[in-house]
Design a protein around this ligand. Structure first.
Ligand code: TRP
Length: 75
């Protein structure tokens, strides 16, 4: 991703419900899930884009904070 390992952006995921899933998608031609993290209401996960992760999918009711702003899932 960059010359310096682990220098990717971070996002913050705040779970607004139980059972929110934060899913890491692999970087490169092959797009697959490489990690799923389950959050309960009130839990916060700080996640980073890395050489292995180029996209992050969020399932469930959550607020996501990024350098581009804050977004809520619609459910
Ligand atoms: N493997 C894809 C990639 O590195 C993952 C990905 C990034 C992706 N952005 C996406 C998949 C947007 C679907 C939509 O490019």
């Amino acid at each position: 991703m960059t010359d310096t390992p682990n220098s990717g952006e971070f996002i913050v995921v705040k779970a607004k419900d139980n059972g929110v899933n934060v899913i890491g998608l692999t970087r490169g031609q092959d797009t697959r899930f490489h990690h799923t993290e389950k959050l309960d209401r009130g839990e916060v996960l700080i996640a980073q884009f890395t050489d292995h992760t180029s996209a992050i999918k969020i399932r469930g009711k959550a607020t996501i904070l990024t350098k581009y702003g804050t977004v809520d899932t619609d459910n």
